[in-house]
Write a protein that binds this ligand. Structure first.
Ligand code: FMN
Length: 191
């Protein structure tokens, strides 16, 4: 196997997210962040449509968006716990990369395939960050699906949030969660 990269496979077999609420500064910035985005953008993309883009949330914007989440949550009449959770997700984040699904009108490439590509970008960013030693977590929550909140991030009506990828320095390595039983979810068609 001349192309084997056992250390990469070992990473994929053991990788796990770090809970967003346990992330602290510093977060990747400058060239380090650019490299992570570059790795994420190296994702499968049927038709080479690049049906996604990044919106980086950092600095004072995070506190501002925490306030907006609170205001939107109240306007929507959400339970206090949901409002608090969304508010804290922005207020306490060292840095968030919003992966925006931006499907194109293309006669050959179905929308679902373009959205799947955006999901690949989210996982690519998560894995690149983890592989570089950062803590990372893919979250959405109700703000990701609230048009008012999305508009404040500059999303058009045709766009949606594929993920808020929280990046920072990990303070804890949580125990692994239960993983799927491969035999139970795998069937074989052999004849
Ligand atoms: C699209 C998507 C949205 C998610 N949104 C949330 C969320 O809002 N809150 C949450 O606690 N976990 C959310 N998760 C799950 C977290 O990413 C969770 O930490 C993850 O399942 C950990 O898995 P890993 O260790 O294999 O990376 C989401 C996952 C996906 C794929």
């Amino acid at each position: 196997m001349p192309d084997a990269r056992p250390e990469v496979l070992e990473f994929l077999l053991t990788r796990r997210s770090r809970p967003a609420k346990t992330l602290v500064p510093p977060a990747p910035e400058g060239e380090a962040l650019r490299r992570l985005l570059t790795a994420a953008a190296r994702s499968p993309d049927h038709g080479k449509l690049v049906p996604w883009r990044f919106v980086v949330l950092r600095g004072a914007a995070l506190a501002r968006l925490a306030g907006l989440a609170e205001a939107r949550g109240r306007a929507l009449g959400l339970p206090e716990g949901d409002i608090e959770k969304a508010r804290n997700a922005f207020a306490n984040a060292p840095l968030i990369v919003t992966v925006v699904s931006a499907p194109r009108n293309d006669p050959k490439i179905p929308r679902i395939e373009q959205q799947l590509s955006a999901g690949c970008v989210c996982l690519g960013l998560l894995n690149a960050a983890l592989a570089a030693g950062w803590g990372a977590n893919w979250l959405t929550g109700w703000p990701a699906h609230d048009r008012g909140f999305c508009a404040a991030l500059g999303l058009s009506e045709a766009e949606s949030v594929a993920g808020f990828i929280h990046l920072g320095t990990a303070t804890v390595t949580p125990p692994d969660r239960e993983r799927p039983d491969i035999d139970r979810i795998t069937s074989w068609i052999e004849a």
